[in-house]
Each structure stands twice: as C-alpha cells, then as structure tokens.
Write a protein that binds this ligand. Structure first.
Ligand code: GLN
Length: 289
C-alpha cells in the first residue's frame, strides 16, 4: 500500500488520510473528510453523497500534514460550530468548546423557568474571545443587546467579524479591557469563561502547542482570574441578574466559596460528560430587597 500514490481518488485518499491521522486525532475519519471538504470548498455532506464527482486537490496532502502536526482542525478550516452558530477562529484565538454550551443551556433554562419574558435585556461576556458565548446567547434572545470584553485585540477582531457575519453587529459591542474594569452595569446576565487551568497541568498537544496560553492558564491553582472577576460581579449585576461562570471539572467548591464570599447563591450544572462545568450565581433573596 505504501508504494501506491498516497492521494489517488477521493475515496481512497480519505482512507489513507484517516489512517495517517489516527495517531493524532480521536476522530481521524471525520478530520480527513472535513479537510477534503475544506480543500474542495464544499460541504462535507456534498462530498460524502458523491465522492466520485470530485478530484483530490493538490494541497490536500499539506492540510493532512498540518493536522498530523496537531494543528487544531478549527485553525485549519477557519471556524468551529458552537451551539447553533458558526464562529470563525484562527491561531491565537481560543477555539469554542462543546463543554461551554452548558453555559448557554443554563441561560435558556433560567430565562424559561425563573424570569419574565424579555429577560435578559443586557448581557456582558467577560473574556469573550471570538465572541463565542455572547453571540450564542444573543442568537437565542433576539431583543437583547450585549457587550463582549477581552484582553486580546486580536480575538476581538474575530468577535466583531463574527457578529457581522451572524447579523448581530447592531446588538453587540466589543471592548478591549481587563475583565470588568471600566465597564458599567447593570447587566441582567453575565457570562464568563476565564482561563482556569493550573500552570503545571498537562494538556493535549493540540491545545498546549497551538492555543493561546493566556486564554487557558490562571496561576498555580487555575483560580487567579476568578479571584479577580468574582468580587466585581455584585457591582456589574442588576438586582435580579445572574452570572454564569465556566469552571474546570474540579473547581466547583473553590469557586463556589469565592462566589459565596461575594454574597451569591450558587448552583452548579454539569456538561454532557457529567463533569461540573458551570456555576450559576444569583444574589441571595435577602440581598435583592
Ligand atoms: N476547557 C478548556 C480546556 O480544557 C479550558 C478553557 C479555559 O481555560 N477556559 O482546554
């Protein structure tokens, strides 16, 4: 097999690429197909329906080699689907993770069960990156407006483009900043997926070697940014406002303690893998009088 040209017809190239990628990826066949679709400029569905229609583009081999070097798929194809929207990303910007959809689910549940129609009206996303959480939530609440803050101007450029692409530019504003500094409330809903990985923790090479460290690591115990963000939330939140924070799977108790010290009631929500993933902070009823 190794003597035959690696990339012959599409079907055979997909098989070869999937074999090559099995050492790098948990989803080698899917990656091979998405790279082929990307190289051809078609949707994966179209490719799979009729692979015989297409010829393998010359640069497919390069794309496969790039992926074999652990470059994340999202950086190669230029986007990651998140919730129901497409978020464009590139190197230097944190890639949206399915786990973070837990925060969007939490917001929808609260809106349906615990709040009146029209909530939330004003949304803040601290550490918005390419606009991931803010744009997903605004897509669910067509009357809401939002502000996304990030320390990376590079990420904010993606966020603004994404808002434009998704038709939400008139409802969203993106500001360069250090968490809540210089931002005035009140907000009905605050979203935040800060860096929360402990400095010494091992990550997969896709993440460790390619994604921005400043969006991932937060001191020895991964709590440095929560320590700065949580005490500022009472100032930023409306009286019946809610803050939804992403946490690492082992950080429920430590972040809960920070939130309780700031006067919040705290609930925890798990991701689809059953891991603690989101803390939901609301003012305790006495505090909201
Ligand atoms: N959950 C992400 C990861 O494990 C971390 C994202 C973050 O630090 N906010 O790669």
């Amino acid at each position: 097999m190794t003597d035959t040209p690696i990339f012959a017809g599409v079907a055979e190239s997909l098989r070869t690429a999937a074999n090559l990628l099995s050492a790098t990826s948990d989803t080698p066949r899917l990656d091979a197909e998405l790279l082929m679709a990307h190289a051809l400029g078609v949707e994966r569905q179209a490719l799979l329906l009729d692979p015989g229609r297409y010829e393998v583009p010359d640069h497919y081999a390069n794309l496969v080699a790039t992926r074999m070097a652990h470059t994340p798929m999202a950086y190669i194809v230029g986007y990651r689907d998140f919730w129901t929207i497409r978020i464009e990303v590139g190197p230097g910007v944190l890639i949206p993770r399915p786990d973070s959809e837990t925060l969007v689910e939490a917001c929808l549940d609260i809106a349906r069960r615990e709040r009146e129609e029209g909530w939330p009206s004003r949304v803040l996303d601290l550490g918005t990156g390419p606009g991931t959480l803010l744009l997903a939530v605004l897509s669910e609440f067509p009357e809401a407006t939002g502000v996304g803050v990030d320390a990376s101007d590079f990420a904010l450029a993606y966020a603004r483009d994404n808002a434009e692409q998704l038709g939400m530019a008139d409802r969203s504003e993106f500001r360069s900043g250090d968490w809540g500094a210089g931002i005035d409330g009140p907000f009905d809903l605050i979203l935040c997926n800060p860096p929360y990985i402990g400095d010494g923790e091992m990550l997969l090479p896709d993440v460790a070697d390619h994604e921005p460290a400043e969006a991932l690591f937060a001191g020895a115990d991964g709590l440095d940014d929560y320590r700065r963000i949580v005490p500022d939330l009472p100032r930023l939140l409306a009286p019946r406002g809610i803050a939804v924070l992403e946490i690492g799977a082992s950080q429920h108790i430590s972040v809960r303690e920070l939130a309780e010290a700031a006067g919040f009631d705290v609930a925890c929500r798990q991701d689809l893998g059953g891991r603690d993933r989101a803390l939901i902070l609301s003012r305790s009823p006495r505090g909201s009088q």
